[in-house]
Design a protein around this ligand. Structure first.
Ligand code: GDD
Length: 329
């Protein structure tokens, strides 16, 4: 019998790469999808088109994090060995505008899932996607798994609640449950309202004459950016250990939004000064500082290290945008 994995958030960037990674390892993969009027499934379309995969080794199920009955039913039917919980409202800026629904889905949604897992007849291994945003404005840099959380956004606070609940269920109820503390991770499949994709997309469109300028918020903001494909490998590795514990995944290197601009525009032969402007509409009420991670535990126990560097990632993302629009890459 092949191992079975269930993924919440399968249609997202990480869900789609994780699906490919697991299928490549012989897993039967099941995904939870929300029943909405417009289904975002483009990141999986190549798998749907493959008759040897879709409904053979990859299966989708309708369920919703805010509709526990549907989710419980899927969990009981699939009876997965591994559950990857990636779903949630993941835009930090947006969480200032819609804090209640962000917390409902990210915080309470995770607690509901833990309650269901606790009652399952067959135990499983659970991975929960935590975030560097939980550290907010940390007193130390780099951060590790022991650094106290000091979130400065509703999204960060919701993730702290969810992460702490995972720890409590592991310790109090003996669940095999793991938090990944994930720093920013990007790819050509990144959502369009995250800053790296927004910049790479604009650089490609300006280069090809489809756009004139790019408006950004705080370009001095700095992040520890890695590649999503490296991070999903870490998720999987963290569930293959005898003892469940939390792991931090990060590149350990800080870059500014301005660095992303410079690499993306230079990769298509443009001078960013002629096209980029700041717009207060994209500024956030509060920004974290010094979010840079120390992934020593993941390196020592899982043998994990990032393989794709910052410049390679941004250059690839920009050329993928050009290829997608039919222009020369
Ligand atoms: N989105 C966006 N749009 N961000 C901008 C812009 C803009 O026009 N201009 C500047 N920024 C700055 C943001 O203020 C932030 O400091 C930085 O760019 C990165 O923003 P995002 O790409 O939206 O990512 P994030 O760091 O807020 O959150 C991402 O990483 C977290 C891990 O730390 C998300 O993927 C979260 O879900 C994830 O947990």
């Amino acid at each position: 019998m092949p191992p079975k994995a269930l993924i919440t958030g399968i249609t997202g960037q990480d869900g789609s790469y994780l699906t490919e990674w697991l299928l490549g390892r012989g897993y039967e993969v099941h995904g939870v999808v929300r029943r909405t009027s417009s289904l975002e499934r483009s990141r999986l379309s190549h798998l749907y088109a493959d008759g040897s995969v879709y409904n053979q080794t990859l299966h989708l199920h309708y369920a919703d994090l805010d509709d526990p009955t549907t989710l419980r039913r899927v969990l009981l039917r699939v009876a997965p060995d591994e559950l990857y919980h990636l779903a949630g409202q993941s835009h930090v800026g947006l969480s200032f505008d819609i804090p209640e629904s962000t917390c409902e889905m990210t915080a309470m949604g995770t607690l509901r899932l833990l309650e269901m897992v606790r009652d399952l007849p067959k135990p499983l291994r659970l991975f929960h996607a935590g975030s560097s945003e939980m550290f907010g404005r940390p007193a130390v840099a780099p951060q590790n798994e022991e650094t106290p959380f000091q979130p400065c956004s509703p999204y960060g606070a919701a993730k702290v609640f969810a992460t702490q609940m995972v720890r409590i269920y592991r310790e109090a109820h003996g669940l095999y449950a793991v938090n990944g503390i994930l720093y920013n991770h990007e790819s050509p499949r990144r959502g369009e309202n995250f800053v790296t994709r927004k910049i790479c997309r604009a650089a490609a469109a300006i280069r090809d004459g489809r756009q004139k300028e790019l408006s950004l918020g705080d370009t001095s903001a700095r992040r520890d950016w890695g590649d999503a494909r490296d991070y999903v490998r870490g998720m999987w590795l963290s569930l293959q250990q005898d003892t469940p514990r939390d792991y931090l995944f990060a590149s350990g290197v800080l870059h500014s939004v301005q660095d992303v601009v410079e690499v993306a525009f230079a990769s298509v032969g443009l001078d960013w000064r002629q096209h980029v402007r700041q717009d207060p509409r994209f500024m956030r009420p509060a920004e974290p500082t010094n979010l840079v991670g120390d992934a020593s535990r993941a390196r020592a126990i899982l043998g994990w290290k990032p393989e794709i560097g910052f410049e390679q990632l941004i250059t690839e993302m920009t050329s993928a945008e050009r290829a997608q629009s039919g222009a020369a890459a």
